[in-house]
Design a protein around this ligand. Structure first.
Ligand code: SAM
Length: 282
């Protein structure tokens, strides 16, 4: 073995086995536990309950997933690169009697399958939060809630943001300000739809073109009576869509649930509601 091959072999031997085959994981943030009151506020904002599966990316000592199980009745797991914290978390799960519902793994959060989560939590660096955006949108199901402590996405408007001042935060981030962002993964609406609408709008099926921008904002047109009418104030809130359109001098407010390429909802004008449906072109 020449000297270069010997050095390469030596380097490989020094890499921990869990990450030996790959580059070392990106450091998504230092270990700084969320304050217990913040953990509780994060899970409350997400409305976590017994039907939920909570995944914490970079789980530290496991407090978010442990609290989700013990106090809110959820199941879930946490992933963390520091194996001593993972051991501590699994030990705490046993001691708190929730080891049948939660587990912790030494794993790179960027390579973790998160598709099972109905609620995903994170307290990570701002750059990391934004790096994760596409992964979250691609892997999480529509309607899944995302809770981020202190740092939000730059181009995705939150459903809700809690802001509070906590004295204990000064030692952590140098300021009292604490933010908790709630996002909901939107159903996909971009594409060409054919809608059945109240006869007052059109007796014929109405072609609708929709596109999404800034993740949850919806733009598009309805083709009514041979004319394109703009979709105004369009937005997704998880699986719910809302927009309005001015047709024949009246403003119609459309709302609906988007599921598997179908929309079912109601359209309201002057306080009167009527049903509408739409199907996505195959
Ligand atoms: C700010 S702490 C948050 C801990 C916990 N989620 C909480 O809120 O109390 C971020 C954690 O992410 C972990 N971490 C950083 N990069 C990671 C990676 N690539 N994969 C898994 N965990 C990572 C750190 O070791 C640290 O424990």
């Amino acid at each position: 073995m020449n000297l270069r091959a010997f050095h390469a072999a030596l380097l490989l031997a020094l890499v921990p086995p869990a990450f030996a085959a790959d580059k070392p994981p990106i450091d998504a943030g230092p270990y700084v536990p969320s304050l217990t009151s913040v953990v509780s506020d994060m899970l409350t904002l997400a409305e976590v309950g017994p039907k939920d599966f909570v995944i914490d990316l970079g789980s530290g000592d496991g407090r978010i997933v442990l609290t989700a199980a013990k106090v809110f009745g959820a199941r879930g797991f946490g992933v963390e690169i520091k194996s001593d914290l993972v051991r501590e978390s699994n030990e705490a799960a046993k001691q708190q009697g929730v080891a049948d519902r939660v587990k912790f793994m030494t794993q790179d959060l960027f390579k973790t399958d998160i598709s099972q989560a109905t609620v995903l939590t994170m307290y990570l660096l701002p750059k990391t939060v934004n790096m994760l955006k596409d992964k979250l949108l691609n892997e999480l199901r529509p309607g899944a809630r995302i809770i981020s402590h202190d740092y939000g996405f730059t181009d995705w408007q939150s459903e809700k943001t809690l802001s509070m001042d906590l004295e204990d935060k000064v030692a952590i981030s140098g300021v009292t300000t604490t933010l908790i962002f709630l996002y909901k993964v939107p159903a996909r609406v971009a594409g060409n739809w054919t809608a059945k609408v109240p006869a007052a709008i059109s007796k014929e099926p109405v072609p609708i073109r929709l596109s999404a921008h800034m993740v949850t904002r919806v733009r598009g047109t309805l083709r009514v009576g041979g004319k394109d009418v703009p979709v105004d104030d369009g937005a997704m809130h998880g699986e719910s869509i809302e927009f309005q359109s001015s047709i024949g001098g009246k403003t119609y407010k459309f709302t609906g649930l988007v599921k598997a390429g179908n929309i079912e909802g109601s359209v309201e004008v002057a306080g009167v509601k009527a049903p509408w449906t739409a199907a996505l072109a195959k």
